[in-house]
Design a protein around this ligand. Structure first.
Ligand code: ARG
Length: 568
């Protein structure tokens, strides 16, 4: 398919001798068509060429010419405005979509590159809260998008399955095994046990000692302790997988913190050998003052036990060796900004430049629920499973109201309810705080997941009613001349750039907003024009556009983790 940016930058390169890659970055898409479909701001070259933007624009204009893709070039206030041949664009874009189908937008930029996406990473024996939902959904979307762009992607769930708290859990189990039936509602039971044992530890030094002893036994592979720890883990994972399965989330590895417990000594040794480890109040730390970080990174605590950061460092070394990653993304809440700054700074001493340059913290903001009945009932640590189920129920009510007889209603409600949550979670810029509100998220006409699904279903039903699927080679693209049609085609053209941009910024909200824009443009076209007209030529062209929109909406939504219903 034609790449307009490339075409234009090559023309300007010929005229100015300036490298096309530089030029290509300057090309803009003006907000209104009167200012061209693409524009080149010549002031960007004023310094280099030592001329005024207007003179540069005119000189370039003299030297370049129009072609089958570009109809007209105009100079205006130091800008070169390019007007494309829209028939040609329609042909290029719709043909490409018809041929590539759900592979439209796919790329090879990532070929040969390995990228780790670490996401979800809940803690064993603790609730999976709404913050974990956000990392799960952002990570899942990034994983799918990078994959679509040709990267070899590795999804890791870095479980929080290690630490002194497990010594306490083991002690609690020893004391009160008979009081708690862990098979039923295990996470809450384990939480209760944990709170209770902590209370007891405060009152009784001996209990605390016993807990410490348990942890040591666990570290040394004692069978009883290890079996119990495995059981806690298994019970927790069973709960977590209720959520993952519902959302269709997959991981390539579940190696969490415990996996690195025997790999930390090497980190200590490397840092020691490089003279980076210093004693401070009995602990071993790496000073990061020179890196502009005021808080040192603690590698070993006063009591000799290792900590969270050391396990992350061991993970970096292990992942570099095992996956030879080009990038390693950590989708973790912004509360851990300092932690990752410290860990990445220390990683400089552990792995080669290639690896530490690839370490990226994708930091996301808090999630707030609207106050009121729901949040109190579900508690401040929201049970995600309940949130998902309740949203699906609400979606079911709305759908039933609209269409009593809908076939496969439960499946549709599930898709719609989950889309509401996924889209709501992903459409907020990652670093911003986010609010979840049912009435907003489930609005079929708002900027929501269900709205995108609704639009998709509309394209499906138009296609079905038309009774045709136009032979793309016979479509007369000059029939698509309405402003709304052209806007929709231009949006379709932008799909692959949108994906590249989403990956470059690790920001699924870019794709989320794109899908809204595509839906809105299509709906404007739909509302202004009858699609199923008698004139065969017009009908064919419009159906071709209709089908292309449906196809791209589906591909894009799937990349965010949203499933499309065929009816709703
Ligand atoms: N388990 C942690 C939590 O729930 C998140 C882990 C983040 N990943 C990491 N490599 N430190 O807060």
């Amino acid at each position: 398919m034609i790449n307009y940016n490339k075409l234009i930058s090559e023309k300007i390169e010929k005229a100015t001798g300036i490298n096309k890659d530089e030029l290509s970055q300057y090309i803009e898409i003006p907000p209104q068509r009167e200012m061209g479909d693409f524009a080149f701001p010549c002031f960007k070259l004023a310094k280099q060429l030592k001329k005024s933007p207007a003179i540069i624009a005119n000189e370039i204009k003299e030297k370049i010419s129009t072609d089958e893709y570009i109809e007209r070039i105009e100079e205006k206030s130091g800008y070169l405005n390019f007007y494309i041949n829209t028939n040609k664009m329609a042909e290029e874009v719709l043909k490409e979509i018809a041929v590539k189908k759900d592979e439209y937008g796919k790329s090879t930029v990532g070929n040969g590159k390995n990228i780790i996406v670490e996401y979800s990473s809940p803690n064993i024996a603790k609730p999976f809260h709404i913050g974990h939902l956000r990392t799960t959904l952002i990570g899942n979307a990034l994983y799918k998008i990078y994959n679509f762009l040709g990267y070899n992607t590795i999804g890791i769930n870095h479980l929080g399955d290690y630490g002194t708290q497990f010594g306490k859990m083991i002690e609690a189990y020893k004391l009160w095994e008979n009081e708690y039936n862990l098979e039923d509602d295990p996470i809450n039971k384990m939480m209760d046990m944990y709170v209770r044992i902590n209370e007891l530890c405060k009152q009784d030094e001996k209990v605390l000692d016993a807990c410490r002893e348990n942890f040591k036994l666990l570290e040394n592979g004692d069978k009883y302790c290890t079996d119990l720890w495995e059981r806690f883990k298994e019970l927790s994972l069973k709960e977590f997988y209720k959520i993952y399965d519902l959302l269709d989330i997959k991981f390539d590895s579940l190696s969490g913190e415990a996996f690195y417990s025997d790999k930390m000594q090497e980190i200590v040794d490397i840092l020691e050998k490089k003279g980076k480890l210093v004693e401070s109040e009995g602990a071993k730390i790496v000073d990061l003052e020179d890196e502009g970080i005021n808080t040192p990174c603690i590698i070993k605590k006063t009591d000799g036990t290792s900590i969270y950061a050391t396990r992350d460092l061991a993970a970096i070394l292990y992942r570099a060796r095992t996956y030879d990653f080009d990038k390693c993304l950590y989708v973790v809440a912004y509360e851990q900004n300092l932690h990752f700054k410290q860990v990445f700074a220390v990683a400089k001493y552990i792995v080669d430049e290639k690896y530490y340059n690839g370490l990226t913290h994708v930091s996301y903001g808090m999630v707030a629920l609207p106050t009121g009945k729901m949040s109190t009932r579900l508690g401040n640590v929201v049970k995600i499973e309940e949130l998902l189920k309740e949203t699906i129920n609400k979606a079911n009510e709305i759908i039933t109201e609209k269409n009593q007889e809908l076939e496969g209603k439960d499946d549709v409600a599930k898709k719609v309810g989950l889309a509401a949550i996924i889209f709501n979670t992903l459409s907020t810029t990652t670093n911003k705080d986010q609010i979840f509100d049912w009435s907003v998220a489930l609005n079929f006409q708002g900027e929501t997941g269900p709205y995108i699904q609704y639009t998709y279903v509309r394209t499906k039903s138009v296609q079905e009613k038309s009774g045709i699927s136009p032979l793309i080679d016979e479509v007369d693209f000059s029939q698509l001349k309405e402003e709304t049609a052209i806007k929709t085609i231009k949006t379709l053209y932008n799909f692959s750039d949108t994906l590249l941009n989403t990956a470059e910024k690790n920001e699924p909200s870019i794709l989320a907003r794109y899908l809204i824009e595509l839906s809105q443009n299509y709906n404007n076209f739909y509302n202004e024009n009858k699609l199923l007209v008698d004139d065969e030529k017009i009908k064919n062209a419009r159906i071709a556009l209709n089908n292309s929109v449906g196809s791209v909406l589906k591909t894009g939504a799937n990349l965010l983790g949203i499933q499309m219903p065929n009816k709703m």
